[in-house]
Design a binder for this molecule. Sequence first.
Ligand SMILES: [Zn+2]
Ligand SMILES: [Zn+2]
Length: 223
Amino acid sequence: MSQAKTVVDNDALYVQRLTLGDYETNAYLLRCPATGAGVLIDAPDEPAYLTALVRGQTIKYVLLTHAHPDHIGALDAVRALGIPLGAHAGDSSGLSSPPEHVLEDGDQLRFGQLDLKVLHTPGHTPGSLSFLTGLHLFSGDTLFPGGPGRTASPRAFSSIIASIRDTLLPLPPQTVVHPGHGDATTIAEARAEHETFSDRIQPEGLYGDVLWSPAGKDKGNEI
Ligand SMILES: [Zn+2]
Ligand SMILES: [Zn+2]
């Protein structure tokens, strides 16, 4: 089931959220209103839908938050339109061919009059990236309302917590966080939730599907 929703619409930025596939994965189509130039963040499951949407538009890059199957089902079809891929090397083993642009922490990408900053936020996967433009953060499966993304080991859990604490939470509090599944949150809300978590004593070896608060909201079924 595909679902499109306009989540940002102002003079500086236009963003459509596309919820696609069995895991209700969010892709985001960002556009510069002044020039029409755009980028696509993630390419879930529905190739026919996504290629029809981006065909004929000036899409400078398709960018990956990470290479889990629910985020890349339509990637080859989108790349076949000639749109170059930007991804972190840490996730490239999940791809059918290497990205045209190997992205690293701190890289700046330009589309139209807009800049998009690349933040390396490992933990959910080694190559997980978040993308920041103005006060809008696209966090993939790293940060959700209610908790961090799922992790596969205690080490990965430490890594995702460090990414969130050291890279994402210091962003301006009014920054809107657009995750890879479900609805948006803000850095202010995530800071408050993280604080309740970091104030508690955690069981040793914690990982998996962790919520900031034991009574926290369900994050949905991200993988
Ligand atoms: Zn996911
Ligand atoms: Zn994932």
